[in-house]
Design a protein around this ligand. Structure first.
Ligand code: MG
Ligand code: MG
Length: 278
């Protein structure tokens, strides 16, 4: 069952989204080679609780941490660990959620550890195109459209490059529960599924792989990796559908939040701006 949110509920979700957005900026600032993913998690828990919020993931089905940290061929749901020390050029996917007054915000990023210009251009392209897929999906989250218009918009950013689009893990509705109906796949034909209406709040989260789309889960029962060992990128935002267009509740300070008035425009990552056009 899809649960629509009132304007007041969306306003609370925007506060949860802001906690997550601020957290991602802090973690990006802190991120450097030699840190462990447990170091990132420690910062995250302190920052989330310090803002009067609660971590969404800690305790969720027994998950032990505030963040999911997934490195290189890990796609999602990696468990922060002292043993995972980040090295220059690693791709770290940081997924974070926070609860404010019972409502969740959920957002994920893919950062290059250390000198961003040192990675192979094919890897930088994967990261940027996955991020572009996220924004294409967010821009399609408009009142009157259909759910699969989001899916098709995301997938269109992967198809020309033959990226593996992960199918076993998808976006989702979000609200009082971290995962609500409907599923939001990152693939499919447009014009299908439920009509998008104001009050719907969704987490859009493309996962693109350099290799095939297949996944497997490690023995810890959480960490999802690419079956072929190829690198993966994951980006996610929580978006509310409003009469005035999509409202990106987890937008960071260098990203537009609402309303997104220019469907053709995908904001560029600050990292890529620094490196020049790509
Ligand atoms: Mg997430
Ligand atoms: Mg999510």
């Amino acid at each position: 069952m899809i649960l629509k949110k009132s304007r007041a509920e969306v306003a609370v979700m925007a506060r949860a989204g802001k906690v997550v957005a601020d957290l991602h900026e802090i973690l990006r600032e802190a991120l450097r080679p030699g840190m462990s993913t447990a170091d990132l998690d420690e910062i995250a828990e302190r920052e989330v609780r310090g803002r009067g919020a609660m971590p969404s993931f800690k305790g969720y089905r027994g998950f032990p941490a505030t963040l999911c940290t997934s490195v290189n061929a890990e796609i999602v749901h990696g468990i922060p660990s002292r043993r995972v020390v980040l090295r220059e050029g690693d791709l770290v996917k940081i997924d974070a959620g926070a609860i404010v007054e019972g409502y969740h915000g959920d957002s994920a990023v893919t950062w290059v550890v250390g000198d961003e210009t040192s990675v192979d251009p094919a890897v930088a392209d994967l990261v940027e195109r996955t991020r572009a897929g996220l924004w294409a999906g967010l821009l399609a989250a408009r009142s009157g459209a259909r759910l699969s218009d989001i899916s098709a918009a995301v997938e269109a950013r992967a198809l020309p490059h033959s990226y593996g689009v992960v199918r076993e893990y998808v976006g989702h509705g979000i609200g009082r529960a971290l995962h609500e109906d409907p599923h939001v796949p990152n693939y499919g034909r447009p014009g299908r599924g439920p009509k998008l209406v104001p009050g719907l709040v969704l987490a859009v989260e493309p996962m693109f792989n350099l290799g095939g789309p297949e996944t497997r889960t490690l023995d810890d029962d959480w960490t999802v990796v690419t079956a072929d060992g190829s690198l993966s990128s994951h980006w996610e935002h929580t978006v509310a559908i409003t009469e005035d267009g999509p409202w990106v509740l987890t937008a960071r300070s260098d990203e537009p939040a609402w309303p997104l008035r220019e469907p053709e425009r995908v904001p560029r990552a600050a990292t890529l701006d620094a490196r020049g056009a790509r």
